[in-house]
Design a protein around this ligand. Structure first.
Ligand code: PCD
Length: 791
């Protein structure tokens, strides 16, 4: 017997509503090669731009000779920092209230920095032009790590900044210093660990690019540009170029992945805009892979000294975190909070810890700027990695089972809302349950026995756990803004006469599947089949103002706006239904896709009939049409939870480790599209695996970037990527209109610690507390044979 609830859920699945694993509508064009990416856009009369980059990490520019470049037929314009400076465009503001060179004027400060741009008839001529430019550099000593940067008498990188006397970008702290000191004084045991989260890169398959098209006759500037946040770019262009917004149109076409890399405004965008204004013709810039890896936003590069104050029974009494982060030449973290080190202090949010203190210092070095939130809500990936590595080390120090240690310290289900040790407010979760589901799935007790036995045979098995809740969905406008613009988002829904609709939002999908999932929210709220709702994002002339897609904020913020816009449409439809049924609004009931008379349920009208009436038969005094816009300012962040458990075996002869099993239990509240959510988790885990196992961008002592191509910077392929077993727990978000929490980043945030914890656990030597990522075989081998930490 099918209950009414079940049959309603079934009806909703049939129309592709919430909970339906609907196939991604966008894939149809993507897999046929019919996507419209930046390089597919071709405008009449379009010229091409290339960037000349610095070969040196730190050098004074003595002179730039562009005459040979100009001599090449087909070269139309060469722009240098000096020429940008005459228009006040040599420097631009960063999203962290620092400045960044657009084209270098005085010095180059990292290898790959933009020095000049050549605009020519085709990209090859533009490249030739770049090669013909002669730059006279006077090399300066490069600074390639924070230690050098902070050393007495080290050269000043940011001598362009008036009051800058050292290489410190910021010093910042948060938490209760005295309380934490007291907690440590009462501890039975203090567990300490030093960790480094290495520099990594989002490396989306499609690099960055722009096509600027300034039309002198209309004074309108149209820019096609690879951006996760087109409205922010419009605001920035309007401020930097002093053009009014209505004369600027930013179009973010299909994006071949973003992962945080396409949040910042890059010099190439700015120069292509100026070039188009000067030449009055479209100018296209398409970045190549090395350009992308060497100069655009990197992620991470943070060192931690972490301490936990522990009681013998396993309770955590206090946390101390001390971070030093390497920001490269410009402090350009793309993040919307007033906190200097992003949301690093979301660490330990899932544990009930009374006192915590964090001090953070950021330094300038001769490396590319960035600190983008690579699949991470602004340093949350680092926070959760540090947290879970600290937790494992503490459990080891206490001689306590690592799962039990977590359970003892988790915030309990009936303890919400909960104030985290650094002051965030979490609102819901079932942390213990998620961990139980994960341990059950992996066969925890059984594995521990196998591990014991394997040890006796000289085989190294290990198990790693990572449990975390993370803040997703920046933000609420009280606490989060970008350049002063508050962090809300928006949706606009237009229902046509026949009940078909178009939905636009201020977000910008980059592969996540918004074209599919937003329509499912509309289907849920209105009962329109999701196939009847087309979704469009990315054009500032048509989309309502919104802050874009990053920090897994689209579902928490724009997704909520979609539900609210649909509810406005439903409220108006109710008036139309009352008119059609000749009853008063109060006498109507709503069920999926239909209003009916409470006293006579067989008398009803469909949402499609209401839509038709909005254009053809509206009651007197009611505005025609059926459209609504909603702006949504979330009351809080959403706090999804995850428990990841990984088992590995190390080959003691080589240090190579293999994943035996990986179980992921995610609680992201109500799932709009379970299949898409699972895809997000698998993709996220794969990026976590990449960072744990193979990826890092390093620099030699001269500041040369090692890892500027896919031979050196490794992407995991289907061959090395392990399989994942996924499970779910659903704790609806109490303040989100459909109970959803963000999920896109969770697996990348929580995943790395599970892998590293497993390998360190497999090494099993008391002296080995840490092997830094990436956990390469030679590092593991060194740890096994020399019984030491490896960084
Ligand atoms: N979902 C569902 N349900 C729930 C949640 C969610 O269904 N509960 C779904 C949605 O709708 C979408 C997805 O899922 O579709 C996701 O979501 P989210 O979480 O909200 O997020 P978003 O905002 O949308 O997105 C963003 C993210 C990020 S952030 C990143 S990095 C990455 C991710 O996303 N990126 C990417 N993922 C992805 N995917 C792809 N494909 N691509 C890309 O690029 Mo940052 O901050 O930017 O760093």
């Amino acid at each position: 017997r099918v209950s009414t609830v079940d049959s309603r859920a079934l009806d909703e699945i049939k129309i592709g509503g919430m909970g339906a694993s609907r196939r991604r509508v966008e894939d149809d064009r993507f897999i046929r090669g019919k996507g419209n990416y930046i390089d597919d856009v071709v405008l009449p009369g379009m010229l091409h731009m290339e960037i000349l980059r610095s070969p040196l990490a730190h050098a004074r520019i003595k002179s730039i000779d562009t005459s040979k470049a100009y001599a090449i037929p087909g070269v139309r314009l060469v722009l240098t920092g000096e020429m940008m400076a005459t228009r006040n465009l040599a420097w631009m503001p960063t999203l962290s209230y620092d400045t960044q060179a657009v084209l270098a004027t005085d010095k180059v400060r990292f290898q790959g920095q933009e020095v000049a741009c050549v605009i020519a008839d085709d990209p090859y001529l533009a490249k030739d032009g770049c090669e013909a430019i002669v730059v006279d550099y006077e090399p300066l000593p490069p600074i390639v790590n924070p230690e050098q940067a902070l050393a007495e008498g080290s050269p000043l990188i940011r001598d362009d900044k008036e009051n800058q006397r050292d290489n410190v970008a910021f010093d910042w702290e948060v938490g209760d210093r005295d309380g934490t000191d007291r907690a440590f004084a009462q501890a039975d045991l203090v567990s300490e660990i030093d960790l480094h989260y290495p520099r990594s890169h989002p490396s989306p398959l499609e690099c960055c690019g722009s096509i600027a098209d300034f039309n002198r006759s209309t004074s309108k500037l149209t820019v096609y540009l690879t951006s996760q946040a087109p409205h922010i770019v419009r605001a920035a262009v309007s401020l930097i170029a002093e053009l009014p917004e209505h004369m600027i149109r930013i179009i973010s076409p299909d994006l071949g992945g973003g992962f945080g890399n396409k949040v910042p405004v890059y010099p190439g965008y700015v120069v292509s805009i100026l070039a188009s204004i000067l030449l009055e013709t479209p100018v296209k810039w398409i970045e190549d892979r090395s350009g992308n890896l060497i100069s655009t936003g990197f992620g991470r590069d943070v060192y931690l000294h972490g301490e936990l104050a522990l009681r013998k029974d396993g309770r955590i009494l206090g946390v101390r975190m001390n971070t030093v982060s390497d920001h490269g030449a410009f402090f350009a973290d793309a993040q919307p909070s007033k906190f200097k080190i992003g949301l690093m202090h979301s660490a330990f949010a899932c544990y009930d810890v009374p006192y915590a203190h964090l001090s953070a210092r950021g330094v300038y070095t001769n490396k590319a700027p960035g600190g983008v939130a690579y699949r991470c809500s602004f340093r949350v990936t680092e926070a959760m990695f540090f947290q879970e590595r600290m937790v494992q080390a503490a459990a080891d120090d206490l001689g306590m089972d690592q799962a039990e240690f977590r359970r003892v310290n988790f915030v309990r289900d009936d303890d919400f809302p909960h104030r985290t040790p650094y002051g965030f407010l979490t609102d819901s979760g079932q942390y213990g349950k998620c961990l139980d589901v994960a341990l059950e799935a992996v066969g925890y007790e059984d594995f521990l026995r196998q591990q014991q036995q394997a040890r006796q045979e000289g085989r190294l098995l290990g198990i790693g756990i990572s449990t975390m809740t993370e803040p997703l969905g920046a933000g609420n406008s009280r606490e989060y803004d970008i350049l002063g613009i508050k962090m809300f988002d928006s949706a606009e829904l237009r229902v046509h006469m026949t009940g078909r609709a178009i939905l636009r939002t201020g977000a910008r999908t980059q592969g996540q599947g918004h074209e599919t999932t937003w329509a499912q929210i509309v289907a849920h709220e209105l009962g329109l089949p999701s196939a009847d709702v087309v979704v469009e994002e990315g054009d500032t002339d048509t989309a309502p103002f919104g802050m874009g897609t990053y920090a897994s904020r689209s579902t928490p913020v724009a997704g909520a706006a979609v539900a609210m816009a649909a509810r406005k449409v439903r409220a108006k439809s109710r008036k139309l239904a009352a008119h059609l049924l000749e009853v008063s609004e109060e006498d109507l009931e709503w069920e999926l896709g239909r209003f009916y008379v409470r006293s006579a349920p067989e008398r009803g009208v469909s949402i499609q009939e209401c839509a038709m009436a909005a254009y053809s038969n509206m009651p007197d005094g009611l505005e025609p049409g059926l459209e609504a816009t909603a702006f949504y300012d979330p009351p809080n962040l959403t706090w999804p939870f995850a428990a990841y458990v990984c088992t590995v075996e190390i080959d003691p002869q080589t240090g190579v480790w293999d994943v035996l099993n990986f179980v992921a239990v995610d609680d992201c509240g109500v799932r709009i599209n379970p299949m898409i959510v699972e895809g997000q988790i698998m993709g996220g885990l794969t990026e976590a695996y990449a960072m744990a196992n193979m990826q890092f961008i390093t620099f030699d002592s001269e500041g040369n970037c090692v890892g500027s191509n896919f031979m050196d910077y490794l992407l995991p392929t289907a061959w090395e990527t392990p399989g994942y077993e996924l499970h779910e727990v659903v704790t609806p978000c109490p303040h989100h209109p459909i109970g959803a929490k963000g999920v896109g980043e969770c697996a990348t945030v929580g995943g790395p610690a599970a892998f590293v914890n497993a390998v360190v656990n497999a090494v099993g030597e008391a002296q080995v507390r840490n092997i830094d990522m990436p956990v390469l075989p030679d590092r593991v081998y060194q740890a096994i044979t020399q019984r030491c930490n490896v960084s």
